[in-house]
Design a protein around this ligand. Structure first.
Ligand code: GLV
Length: 417
């Protein structure tokens, strides 16, 4: 019998529809625009680009920008990128558990949501959306003194771990009062930001004459018209104000102010280590010093009995040229890690960055911009999306490096890229 002629690829037209059928898959049309946007955001970097398209330029730049030449801003991320992993294989990573404890409280993963000023410019729900998402994920949320939702409003939507961040105002009575309010409604820790003796020069804001809330001039009108969904929500929501100091005669943020003018007028640049004793008289709980940038100050904090420090340069928004927190973790933990908990804040964009920070000795990492991009793109669900991605990233990274639990994240798992 003559052998059948071999099939010639491309000639058998009758098979084409079936093979096409096998590969053609259309995504179900998603009608909800937020779900649609978030489905396309595979990373925090994607959300950042989407936020850039959705927010008026001045608003995006206020969130995204850093001080002066933005060298520190860039370096914060680069310091993580320069670290690689030394993966171990065949380690039975069927179950990976990223849970830990921080200040004695169990957490599902080593992550804290940092305080961010003026959060409602990203989305009108602002701090309430972030606080709800944090509570759902079981992670601590820190409310900023310069929050646009009040201490009490946030406490009403977040029964979980929450911290209150203070700047020390010239008016100490105001600080005492805010701290008391925070204690009354269940905030567990006080975050004292110590890197803001004066405000850093954020040149993107200077160039745009950016104010909080944004002033409506010709440029803002054009910018607003180009970003109608943000503008529509902004004009329909109640005025954005410094919700914690309304009625205290220090300006509530309703009148457009330059943040530099405002903070330089209101915050006390004479703040010193001695003031910690005063703070202890008005707050009985744990204190976290946020903005420690060298080993010597970490030692003083530990000697002073402070419970935790956040290695932070304010996301590159203060001193340009400050060291990246990722590079400080190992020396600081070496010096004081047995006496004080060390948190790393700055440049965290992926779960793998959290893994690196913890492997170097940090107890937890903090994110600010990462969740703000999510908030700007998808409101509360955008924040959920970011926290979900970081959790999944972290579990995947741990599995791929052969670490089953936090105690297995040691300096041995990181190397230089
Ligand atoms: C506020 O803390 C800011 O960095 O803008």
């Amino acid at each position: 019998m003559a052998a059948a002629a071999p099939e010639r690829p491309g000639r058998d037209r009758s098979r084409l529809p079936a093979s096409l059928q096998a590969v053609l898959r259309f995504r179900r049309l998603e009608l909800d625009p937020t779900t649609r946007r978030l489905a396309h955001a595979a990373s925090v970097a994607d959300l950042r680009l989407m936020a850039r398209r959705r927010l008026p330029r001045g608003v995006f730049d206020y969130i995204d920008g850093g001080a002066e030449d933005e060298r520190t801003l860039t370096d914060n991320e680069r310091a993580f990128a320069e670290l690689s992993f030394e993966p171990r294989v065949l380690n039975g990573v069927g179950t990976v558990d990223p849970s830990t404890t921080l200040l004695g409280r169990p957490l599902p993963m080593p992550l804290v949501l940092a305080p961010t000023g003026f959060t409602r410019i990203a989305d009108p729900e602002g701090e309430l959306a972030v606080a709800r998402a944090a509570a759902r994920a079981g992670l601590p949320y820190s409310l900023s003194t310069l929050g646009t939702r009040s201490i009490e409003e946030v406490a009403a939507v977040n029964r979980g771990a929450k911290w209150f961040q203070v700047y020390v105002w010239r008016d100490r009575g105001l600080v005492r009062e805010m701290v008391q309010r925070a204690a009354d409604v269940g905030y567990e820790a006080l975050v004292l930001t110590v890197d803001t003796a004066v405000l850093g020069r954020r040149e993107r804001d200077v160039r745009r004459g950016f104010t909080l809330p944004p002033k409506v001039g010709l440029g803002t009108l054009v910018d607003g018209a180009l970003h109608p969904s943000w503008t529509w929500r902004f004009v329909r929501s109640e005025p954005i104000r410094f919700a914690n100091v309304v009625g205290r005669g220090v300006g509530d943020g309703v009148d457009a102010v330059s943040l530099a003018d405002y903070t330089n007028r209101q915050f006390d640049p004479d703040l010193s280590w001695r003031d910690l004793d005063w703070l202890r008289t008005v707050w009985g709980g744990p204190i976290i010093l946020k903005g420690i940038q060298c080993v010597a100050d970490a030692r003083i904090a530990a000697d002073a009995g402070i419970e935790a420090i956040a290695l932070s340069n304010h996301g590159g928004r203060q001193l340009d040229g400050a060291p990246a927190p990722a590079r400080l973790i190992a020396p600081v933990v070496d010096a004081v890690g047995d006496r004080i908990e060390v948190i790393c804040d700055g440049g965290i964009r992926r779960g793998s960055d959290i893994v690196k920070a913890v492997a170097l000795g940090a107890r937890a990492a903090m994110i600010g911009r990462a969740y703000l991009y999510g908030l700007a793109v998808g409101g509360e669900r955008g924040v959920d999306h970011v926290l979900g991605m970081l959790d999944a990233d972290m579990r995947r990274t741990m599995a791929l490096i052969g670490a089953r639990r936090i105690s297995e994240l040691t300096p041995a798992v990181v190397g230089r890229a």
